[in-house]
Design a protein around this ligand. Sequence first.
Ligand SMILES: CC(C)(COP(=O)(O)OP(=O)(O)OC[C@H]1O[C@@H](n2cnc3c(N)ncnc32)[C@H](O)[C@@H]1OP(=O)(O)O)[C@@H](O)C(=O)NCCC(=O)NCCS
Length: 311
Amino acid sequence: MAGETDLAALLESMHPVLREGEYVYALWPHGRPLEGGVEAAVREAEGLTVVLHRDEADRLGLEYDFVAAWITLQVHSALEAVGLTAAVSSALGAAGISCNVLAGFHHDHLLVPVADSAHAMEILTLLQRGVVLRSGMRADREAILALTAAAFSINPVTGLPVDGEPGEVGLLKELFECEGYLPGLSIVAELGGEIVGHVISTRGFVGDLPFLGLGPISVEPHLQRRGIGSALLRETARRAAASGEAGIALLGSTDYYPRFGYVPGTTVGVQPPEPAWGAHFQVLPLPGMPDAGTSDGGLGTFRYAEPFQRL
Ligand SMILES: CC(C)(COP(=O)(O)OP(=O)(O)OC[C@H]1O[C@@H](n2cnc3c(N)ncnc32)[C@H](O)[C@@H]1OP(=O)(O)O)[C@@H](O)C(=O)NCCC(=O)NCCS
């Protein structure tokens, strides 16, 4: 049976599936007959590379370094199909996930670092729907502001329509121009060349400790509840952790943000700028976060980037 060659059709039907277990690359000892559950092999001048279950490599006493999760793209792609591998690896690459591709007769297989497997699945599921995440650029600003106006045209707290331009639009304009603007933390979700999601985090402080303040976050109203907001939040956390940030603070729903690891700020020693915010003031502690210590005030009070203070 001939495989699919059209890239859009391939992406739409790629159906990524995460195999169970952990896999490793190892060099097969020269001259030893192949045995055991080898899942893939490549012969090179330097020797035979095998990919196999980590447990199997341990049983056979093989050395390895990279421990991977194995994702199979279930679509039956033709071996001569152009672009699927490039689209997949560039979407994963934009999310900082390295990916080794193995092409079988029927399917493509991706080996990604095991710690990134859930994130990789999320990125692939979005890509299947045509959505990619990337850093926002200056040329995107008008589209981001229009998206923010649409997302906040209904007040998220009262559920009532907003008269005129939502306050978040003016705030965002100022955040783009302020000292606390961090270009790598203005992230857009794009669908078919249109910006359909955006999140921004700007430089804030807890006492003297540099911290991030997240918001606003917006998803195109007719595309909400399809995982775009979740992907933007996870991508923000990944980028922030990779650049050594201590944590991210936000004011928002206590139903939504805890699923991404946010906890009430006071439980990790970060006080809200307004005490009345209570448990709605939430913090995602990152590996760079210092211990709150024992003093009553903990690490201190969070201070957003300057434009928030004028709200
Ligand atoms: C909030 C927002 C960014 C979430 O993006 P999204 O792409 O719709 O969210 P996801 O699809 O990733 O997540 C959907 C899940 O989160 C829940 N959820 C989404 N927004 C929520 C909210 N404000 N409060 C509680 N739960 C919320 C949904 O019920 C859904 O839950 P389920 O998976 O159990 O069905 C988006 O709905 C939006 O732009 N809203 C308008 C602007 C806004 O309110 N911004 C945040 C202000 S704090």
